[in-house]
Design a protein around this ligand. Structure first.
Ligand code: PLP
Length: 387
């Protein structure tokens, strides 16, 4: 006969009887996350399967294949990191950077600084070149820095979410090859939304996120590395100093061996599989065109309301627009007003642009005409109350 053990009494100090969750309805037109596509939400709500279930293993292959499509790459090592964009960002650095390696980062906004910070934490010799927030780098500026610093890795952000600038990429990959550097590209705010050709642009490592152009909630960070990057990885003198993000270990699960690494967030992968499937169904070119058409509509609408965009038209990012806050207007009070009274989220400025701009995102599922019309009509009716 078993006796009931006498347990110490439970401390109920933190026992709060909350009601079931009820999330307010929001239209997310800020820098991310964007609203998820309804069929992605359905996929997320399915019952999980085991992370070594043959069904799930074949779904993993589908996710990898569709990531190659949206990134326009043939890279074997292409997979979603379990974590947000920053996890995939850190994975690029953690895998190829060894202590003492020179990492050159081209900084023209907040996320360039983050890349430099991460490289420093992996004990790289970090060198930077900087531009004003709202500008992009020229090939000349990049080549001069490559010659001066001779980096092992050159990192740059394609779509700077803090400024709304899309960095022109043609020619950068060739320069990196000429000067023997790996090209590392942040595609967090460009994947699915603006033209992106990793292989054509000779990008060696890239990362992204699930919550913007892919219309999925935050939680996965797509990652890819090509054979040049893999070669640097294979020549490491020591282990990758981050166990969770070590792609050689991860590849034993995502590649043919199917060895357990960590319990995969299977539902997030159901979700991203659905979001990638939707992009393939729409066609990448159509998705890029939809984003550009809606951005053009937004830009001309804002201009007709007398508002100024922070970025010149030739560098503007279709997924994220920075709008100058007119003088005398309390930008934060206006965005709070939109959120509290209309359930519409727009972003404020970050870093050098804090207090100077609003950031309006039209990404993935949210890049649609009716959303542009909604935000324009709110600017038209509500902004005069703040002047
Ligand atoms: N890089 C860029 C350009 C971003 O916009 C973001 C986030 O918005 C990140 C990196 C980091 O991604 P996450 O916030 O998903 O970790």
């Amino acid at each position: 006969m078993t006796t009931t053990p006498i347990l110490p009494s439970v401390n109920n100090l933190h026992k709060k009887l909350f009601g079931p969750i009820s999330v307010p309805e929001r239209l997310l037109l800020g820098p991310g996350p964007s609203n998820s596509h309804p069929s992605v939400l359905e996929a997320l709500s399915l019952n999980p399967v085991g992370h070594l279930d043959p069904f799930y293993i074949s779904l993993m292959g589908e996710v990898q294949e569709l990531l190659r499509y949206v990134w326009q790459t043939d890279n074997r090592l292409t997979l979603p990191m379990s974590g947000t964009g920053s996890a995939a960002m850190e994975a690029t650095i953690a895998n190829v950077v060894e202590p003492g390696d020179t990492v050159l980062v081209a900084i023209k906004g907040y996320f360039g600084h983050r890349l430099a910070d991460m490289a420093g934490r992996y004990r790289a010799n970090v060198q930077t070149i900087e531009k004003q927030w709202g500008e992009a780098f020229s090939l000349d500026e990049i080549e001069r820095a490559l010659v001066k610093y001779k980096p092992a890795v050159f990192g740059i952000v394609h779509a700077e979410t803090s400024t709304g600038v899309c960095q022109p990429m043609e020619g950068i990959g060739e320069l990196c090859r000429k000067h023997n550097a790996l090209l590392l590209l942040d595609t967090v705010t460009s994947l699915g939304g603006v033209p992106l050709y990793l292989d054509k642009w000779k990008v060696d490592l890239a990362y992204s996120c699930s919550q913007k152009g892919l219309s999925c909630p935050p939680g996965l960070g797509p990652f890819t590395i090509n054979s040049r990057g893999e070669e640097k990885l294979s020549q490491r003198s020591g282990k990758v100093p981050n166990w969770y993000l070590d792609v050689s270990l991860l590849n034993k699960y995502w590649g043919s061996d199917r060895v357990y690494h960590h319990t995969a967030p299977v539902n997030m992968n159901f979700g991203i599989r659905e979001s990638l499937r939707l992009i393939a169904e729409e066609g990448l070119e159509n998705s890029w065109k939809r984003h550009l058409d809606n951005a053009n509509l937004l830009w001309s609408g804002l201009q007709s309301l007398g508002l100024k965009m922070h970025v010149n038209p030739d560098l503007r990012l279709a997924t994220l627009t920075t709008v100058c806050i007119p003088s005398g207007v309390d930008g934060k009070a206006f965005s709070l007003h939109l959120l509290n009274n209309f359930g519409v989220e727009i972003g404020g400025g970050l870093g050098d642009l804090a207090g100077m701009v609003w950031r309006i995102g039209l990404m993935g599922y949210n890049s649609k005409r009716e959303n542009v019309e909604r935000i324009l009509s709110l600017f038209e009716s509500e902004l005069p109350k703040f002047r």
